[in-house]
Design a protein around this ligand. Structure first.
Ligand SMILES: Nc1ncnc2c1ncn2[C@@H]1O[C@H](COP(=O)(O)OP(=O)(O)OP(=O)(O)O)[C@@H](O)[C@H]1O
Length: 328
């Protein structure tokens, strides 16, 4: 069963920005953690915004739990958001949490918006949410400036789960944290999905955080998904040259057996400038690109749970002298 289905989604903020997302397809099942990785400006936040109807879909569809979000407008869209089935969690809780409110009032925000609970029921749900994220409900009387960064991120999560959502969209949830708080929050996300059955989409530019935390991963480059699949397979045996470069540049994911793998995945310095076309966004940077890459992007080819959008997925590994699977 699919909880969230993003199908051929394209987003543009207007003529000047061009297409920020092109033909993105991604699905998330209940209780699953899916990572979206990509460099700055690749469209990660836009994807999250489009899922809740905050960024304009130029083409394609987003369906959540049977509701086509991209078809909702005005009052129906606001009602969908108020119902709270999808909750957003941002990178920097100090900026996303109102500094003047107490922690308890912050955690109650979504409950107030959704309505339907008495004050004492609300207070009970706030205490329950704080306990679930590992915070003492006594912290409820403090303000965001009076607790630590790790605690603030837990408060943001408590606020999100208090309304009992089916999906959490976490935009760089651990990037602002030190290594030990980061691990604790990642473990907490895993516990929440097991205990509550909530699905999580986790956006990050950091492969290391995603590697141990997600079930599946999707790799974005220039607004297109270049590859997706089970995280062990995608990071262990990248099928797209861009994923391979990301993996090779993230030393903590494992020792590379290729000598200087990152260098072998970059185009030679003397290569002619690549012509601009409608093709693969990575072609200009790809040492394996041919004319067809520049002209027409390869649509994602699927085998089992994996998908890759590269004309040369089967041949480029030979060119760097490895067989598929050598990066594991
Ligand atoms: N409201 C907007 N209006 C116009 N352009 C926008 C808007 N929001 C984002 N963009 C542009 O869309 C592109 C993708 O931005 P987005 O924030 O989705 O990327 P990102 O991968 O999340 O980046 P980062 O990791 O830096 O947050 C960027 O070129 C950005 O300048």
């Amino acid at each position: 069963m699919t909880l969230l289905d993003v199908d051929g989604l394209s987003v543009s903020y207007g003529r000047r920005s061009g297409r920020v997302l092109s033909d993105v397809s991604l699905s998330v099942r209940p209780g699953e953690i899916v990572g979206v990785v990509g460099e700055t400006g690749s469209g990660k936040t836009t994807l999250v915004r489009a899922v809740v109807g905050l960024a304009p879909a130029e083409a394609g569809r987003v369906t959540f739990d049977g509701t086509e979000v991209t078809a909702l407008r005005g009052r129906r869209l606001r009602a969908f958001r108020r119902a709270g089935g999808i909750q957003l969690v941002f990178q920097d809780p100090l900026r996303s949490l109102d500094p003047d409110l107490t922690v308890a009032a912050i955690v109650a925000e979504g409950l107030t918006v959704a309505g339907g609970l008495t004050r004492s029921e609300q207070a009970e749900r706030v205490d329950e949410a704080l306990t679930r994220v590992g915070l003492d409900p006594a912290l409820g009387s403090r303000r965001p400036g009076q607790i630590s960064g790790g605690q603030r991120q837990r408060v943001a999560l408590a606020r999100a789960i208090a309304v009992r959502p089916k999906l959490l969209l976490c935009d760089e949830p651990v990037s602002a944290l030190d290594a030990s708080s980061r691990n604790r929050v990642l473990l907490l996300l895993d516990r929440l999905r097991r205990e509550l059955g909530v699905a999580i989409v986790m956006i990050s530019h950091d492969l290391t955080s995603l590697a141990g935390a997600v079930d599946r991963v999707a790799v974005l480059f220039g607004g297109r998904l270049v590859e997706q699949g089970p995280v062990g397979e995608v990071f262990g045996d990248p099928a797209h040259p861009y994923t391979a470069l990301l993996v090779a540049s993230a030393p903590s994911i494992g020792e590379r057996p290729l000598g200087r793998p990152a260098a072998s995945l970059r185009p030679p310095l003397d290569r002619e400038p690549w012509p601009h076309g409608d093709g693969c966004r990575y072609a200009a940077l790809c040492p394996f690109a041919t004319t067809e890459c520049a002209v027409e992007p390869r649509r994602e080819a699927r085998t089992g749970g994996r998908a890759v959008a590269c004309h040369h997925a089967d041949t480029w590994p030979d060119l760097v002298g490895r067989t598929r699977g050598a990066l594991t």
